[in-house]
Design a protein around this ligand. Structure first.
Ligand SMILES: [Zn+2]
Length: 96
């Protein structure tokens, strides 16, 4: 039996199988929009075998693999811990 494979090349994120088996990435709190290039995946298949799903992936250059981007010139928010007036720590968001 020959090894079954059906390898397709993807020219970019618009190719039909570019996102097969590529998980969507969770949003990073400091970023605020789905990357328009990779649609939130951060990477896509440059080549994928539709039988075994072995693949070669390309990292998105627009979001550097994060899947999410910062839009405009908004300050980046980071999570931090601060003390409430009665001395209890609580999560807060700090703007850089
Ligand atoms: Zn991207």
């Amino acid at each position: 039996m020959p090894h079954a494979s059906n390898t397709v090349a993807c020219l970019g994120p618009d190719s039909p199988h570019a996102f097969d088996n590529v998980p969507l990435l969770p949003r990073n709190g400091s970023l605020d929009a789905i990357c328009p290039v990779c649609q939130g995946h951060g990477q896509w298949n440059a080549e994928i075998d539709l039988v075994s799903f072995r693949c070669i992936r390309t990292i998105c250059e627009r979001c550097l693999g994060a899947g999410w981007i910062e839009t405009g010139s908004d300050p980046i928010e980071v999570n931090d811990i601060e003390m409430t007036p009665d001395g209890h720590p609580q999560w807060t968001t700090r703007r850089l």
